[in-house]
Design a protein around this ligand. Structure first.
Ligand code: C5P
Length: 252
């Protein structure tokens, strides 16, 4: 079987969190987000190899940071972690990751900034790929009403909320499909958006509130609190009690 390769774009230089460090290297509970994200992928038992994409000047730092990742994925052998240099846009970084894994059978593309993503969610996406879906995304119902607006801020429409979903990562793809999507890239805010343009059906699996993207200072405080609670730190096996508590905290 050709390997399942996780790509972790972590080359964003944006410092929306108010820190001077690139976002993926900001610590949460004392551990850089990128390390938490990689540990979660490995703990899922669904990944054979990880390619982490970082700013060129941080390749050495990241290699050291991730070389001590000692988790193995359940019964799987140790999971190698490779670090490569990314690009200016997220799509450039993902493209660099794809190029580093020519032998991949499936890709799981996972934002480093979704550092608390439960391993069970990652395994769910991989299982759907193995069941034959070519493209899989985790999805959550939208709790707010969403409106479209024009350039002046005037509302132009209100889509039916029942048919809207907030999409998370990891997003899973057959390797050839993702390569094809990136060969014809015209810009998208997620990888599935590129695949949709090829006319391929993208399947959803249930997402998890803990897979939120740590973007704002408020997100960072929430992530710190969740880790301090222990609600999101036991990556190898959360009890259903702590999951419920964490989800309630996120939904509050
Ligand atoms: O900035 P945004 O929230 O879209 O970033 C999502 C993920 O993509 C983050 O993990 C970030 O580090 C990564 N990224 C990247 N290369 C870029 C921009 C973002 O790897 N040029």
């Amino acid at each position: 079987m050709r390997p399942v390769v996780a790509l972790v774009p972590a080359a964003g230089r944006g410092v929306r969190l108010g820190e001077t460090t690139p976002k993926a290297f900001v610590p949460v509970g004392g551990t850089p987000m990128v390390r938490l994200a990689v540990d979660g992928l490995i703990a899922s038992g669904a990944v054979h190899r990880v390619v982490v994409v970082v700013p060129a000047e941080l390749v050495d730092v990241a290699s050291t940071l991730l070389s001590t990742t000692s988790l193995t994925g359940g019964s799987m052998p140790p999971v190698p972690v490779q670090v490569v240099a990314g690009g200016a846009e997220r799509t450039d970084s993902v493209r660099a990751g794809i190029a580093a894994a020519p032998d991949a059978g499936h890709f799981l593309v996972h934002d480093a900034a979704r550092a608390l993503t439960p391993p069970e969610l990652i395994a769910r996406v991989a299982a759907e790929l193995h069941a034959g879906s070519p493209a899989v995304v985790p999805a959550l119902p939208v709790v707010d009403t969403v409106k479209s607006v024009d350039d002046t801020g005037v509302v132009t429409g209100t889509p039916d909320r029942a048919h809207l979903r907030a999409i998370q990562t990891p997003q899973g793809f057959g390797a050839e499909l993702l390569r094809r999507a990136y060969a014809t890239e015209v810009g998208a805010t997620d990888d599935a958006g590129l695949v949709e343009r090829l006319g391929t059906a993208v399947r959803t699996v249930p997402g998890d509130p803990l897979a939120f993207k740590i973007t704002t200072p408020l997100d960072l405080r929430l992530a710190e609190a969740l880790l301090a609670d222990g609600a999101a730190s036991d990556r190898a096996g959360r009890s259903s009690d702590t999951t419920t508590a964490a989800e309630q905290a996120v939904l509050r």
